[in-house]
Design a protein around this ligand. Structure first.
Ligand code: HEM
Length: 496
């Protein structure tokens, strides 16, 4: 302590240096561009810390050693977390388990690509203190995930704990064998043209205001996704009293975070939504000839008269909640791409509206490939070895799908957005936006129906202008998706 009080200026400099080292992570210009609120808060906190430290040096030197202890204490915690992560890291892939590096990575979309360039197909990193092995290449990710299912468990979202029987993606294998199959059949049966017409009507309704003036498209995109799912998944006809009630609950339920268990109020909402779905399915018993024009919920009953049980109902509601987020975010990417890929959209505009469908489908696929799909996460349940690397128990595995799409071999300029017609069409080794294996997405058809109805609508609009869509943004979590900026504005020409 004497050493510290004898050299107050050195103590001040050390106090500031430790704080600057930590603030440089979250207060850097790059970080602040992606996370303005967090970046500016850290900058302000750092300035405050500088003020307090200098004030103490000038007026109250006796307090300075305590400030140094606080700064060093935080620094030591960071170092200890890194050391703890690295304890069982021998023979694991190359890379550094540094919490601060992991936080810095959040703001860089090219971080994973950069690390793969350096280390090859595998590297390790720390995601808020959680050691994570990142893997490149769809073929390799497929062999890893499908070939090691007994060693790899899900990386479960906390909301799943509040779902009866757990959410499909995280169910124990024996439960998934029953419910996974039931849902997959119900969701992949063809849908009827009448349902496409309903989606078209919803898109037209929610997009019409953008012909009058520029405004944020996000509320409309959320409404299109949510209400389309009300129709396709649950069978609610738009603008009926029962749809309005369910929609109101669904909007409130969307505020329940998926990264925590449901609180009592959310559980009450879940119970009310469950009741509405039961009433819906009991009041509407379609015959087998109506299969095309029925919702996924009704198809569960058609498959098995004892269904939907509580596991199905809870899964439908949480699926509706998560899929609304997935689909509306994809719709925002479709807008962004439509506005930025002007030569491609001009080409589509010039096509005959009757035959435009296949180009719109390619446009959707390319948007999924280059923008929306990002990763597959798993947790190592039992240690194993793969391609010469040890995968320690408890670590996370991140299959880097976005990076694999951008570096896939045998595809022309994979990092570029193009309509990949016939010969250039990507294979499964080059394109897997909806996952793979037993837990691959079963919402592909539903997703495609909604997105194509949306694309058809904007293709009819004379002109589309998107502003303030950059810089791209995400939430401060490694598993959150990149999206166009929250300030994005949309203006449409008159629809034809
Ligand atoms: C933007 C659109 C979408 C994307 C990019 C997407 C992506 C994915 C991916 C990558 C998985 C696999 C996750 C894993 O293996 O860890 C998955 C699973 C799943 N998705 Fe989607 N999804 C989308 C839309 C939807 C929609 C619209 C629905 C429902 C209507 C849906 C329902 C599901 C379900 C239930 C699973 C788990 C399946 C199971 O475990 O049996 N998804 N999705």
């Amino acid at each position: 302590m004497n050493l510290i009080s004898d050299h107050p200026f050195l103590t001040l400099l050390t106090t500031l240096a430790v704080a600057a080292w930590m603030a440089s992570v979250c207060g850097s210009p790059g970080f602040t561009r992606t996370f303005p609120r967090e970046g500016w808060s850290v900058r302000l906190a750092f300035l405050g810390w500088c003020g307090v430290s200098m004030g103490s040096w000038w007026y109250l030197p006796a307090a300075l050693p305590w400030l140094l202890c606080v700064a060093l204490g935080v620094g030591v915690i960071v170092v200890l977390v890194d050391l703890r992560s690295g304890r069982r890291a021998h023979d694991s892939p190359p890379g550094r388990l540094s919490v601060l590096r992991g936080i810095r990575a959040l703001a860089r979309r090219d971080y994973y690509l950069h690390e793969f360039d350096r280390h090859g197909g595998f590297f390790k990193m720390s995601q808020f203190g959680q050691p994570t092995i990142c893997v490149l290449g769809l073929d390799r990710i497929g062999r890893l995930i499908k070939g090691h299912s007994e060693y790899l468990g899900p990386s479960t979202l906390p909301i799943s704990k509040s779902v009866e029987g757990s959410f499909l993606r995280y169910m124990p294998p024996e439960t998934h064998a029953v419910y996974g199959r039931l849902f997959r059949i119900a969701m992949t049966e063809p849908f009827a043209a009448t349902q496409t017409d309903r989606l078209d009507h919803l898109c037209e309704h929610h997009l019409q205001r953008f012909s009058a003036g520029e405004s944020s498209p996000y509320p409309a995109l959320q409404a299109i996704a949510r209400r389309s799912l009300n129709c396709l998944l649950l069978g609610f006809d738009a603008d009926t009293k029962e749809e309005a009630r369910f929609d109101e609950l669904a909007q409130k339920f969307s505020k329940a975070g998926i990264s925590r268990s449901l609180v009592r109020r959310d559980q009450e909402m879940l119970a009310e939504m469950r009741e509405l779905l039961l009433e819906k399915v009991d009041s509407n018993v379609p015959g087998p000839e109506d299969i095309d024009d029925t919702s996924v919920l009704a198809r569960l009953r058609q498959q098995d008269p004892t269904m939907p049980d509580r596991i199905c109902l809870d899964n439908m509601i949480v699926m509706h909640r998560i899929a609304t987020g997935n689909v509306s975010s994809l719709l925002s990417w479709l807008l962004y791409r439509w506005a930025t890929e002007s030569s491609i959209t001009a080409e589509i505009h010039d096509e005959d509206p009757e035959t435009r469908g296949s180009s719109l489908r390619l446009f959707l696929m390319e948007t999924l490939r280059t923008s929306q799909s990002e990763y597959l996460y798993r947790r190592v349940a039992r240690e194993f070895e793969f391609e010469g690397h040890r995968f320690p128990k408890g670590w996370l595995v991140r299959g880097c799908v976005w990076e694999s799409h951008r570096t896939a071999e045998g595809i022309d300029e994979p990092a570029r957005f193009r309509l990949r017609r016939a010969a250039a069409k990507p294979s499964r080794r080059q394109f897997a936006p909806l996952g793979m294996g037993a837990h691959a997405c079963n919402g592909g058809e539903v997703n495609e129906l909604i997105c194509l109805a949306f694309l058809n609508r904007i293709a009819h609009a004379g002109e589309l202008r998107v502003t303030c869509a950059d810089p791209l943004r995400r939430e401060m979590r490694h598993w959150s998706h990149w999206q166009p900026n929250a300030a994005m504005q949309l203006k449409l020409g008159a629809t034809g």
